[in-house]
Ligand binder design. Structure first.
Ligand SMILES: Nc1ncnc2c1ncn2[C@@H]1O[C@H](COP(=O)(O)OP(=O)(O)OP(=O)(O)O)[C@@H](O)[C@H]1O
Ligand SMILES: [Mg+2]
Length: 147
């Protein structure tokens, strides 16, 4: 099943964030796919706002991962950005695979391709960001289930 959104202003990302929360409970892993500047971090900011997370959402480019807690929920969000990952060993060092299967967490991954093999071993939502022009994005949500 696929869902598609055309987002022509940042505020419209709220609808996409809402759609993502509809997968909560069923899916814990979200692979954010799209070129630089396609809006992955901007989307995470919209999701953080919707879920009233405890901290400001920022790009975890240098730290590889940011953690947020969701208001009125035991669930936590781990927001990865693997762009600067140097090696697969580094993923092992930060315990990446454990996050994928941890209870009470949702995991969102920018530059998920860096951990493609691990992520494709588990059910996830593929979130594709396509830049259609400077201010417009097409965002496609797709369920990926292990057969
Ligand atoms: N409709 C839109 N949705 C999302 N971002 C938009 C939109 N229109 C314009 N933008 C702008 O595009 C930029 C997206 O940058 P952002 O950092 O979110 O991209 P990214 O995919 O996380 O890039 P990177 O791979 O470098 O981390 C922001 O400057 C944002 O303001
Ligand atoms: Mg980013």
């Amino acid at each position: 099943m696929k869902r598609e959104f055309i987002v022509s202003k940042i505020e419209d990302l709220e609808q996409v964030a809402q759609a993502i929360t509809e997968y909560f409970g069923e899916f814990e892993v979200y692979a954010l796919h799209g070129e630089m500047g396609s809006g992955k971090t901007t989307f995470m900011r919209a999701l953080g706002k919707l879920l009233k997370v405890n901290e400001e959402v920022s790009s975890p480019t240098y730290s590889l991962v940011n953690e947020y807690s969701i208001n009125n929920s035991i669930m936590r969000i781990f927001h990865f950005d693997l762009f600067r990952l140097k090696s697969i060993e580094e993923l092992t060092d930060i315990g990446f695979e454990e996050y994928l299967y941890a209870p009470d967490v949702y995991v969102f991954i920018e530059w998920w391709e860096m951990a493609k093999e691990l992520i494709e071993k588990t059910d996830h939502i593929l979130v594709r960001f396509e830049k259609t022009d400077e201010n417009t994005r097409k965002i496609i949500l797709e369920e990926k289930r292990i057969p």
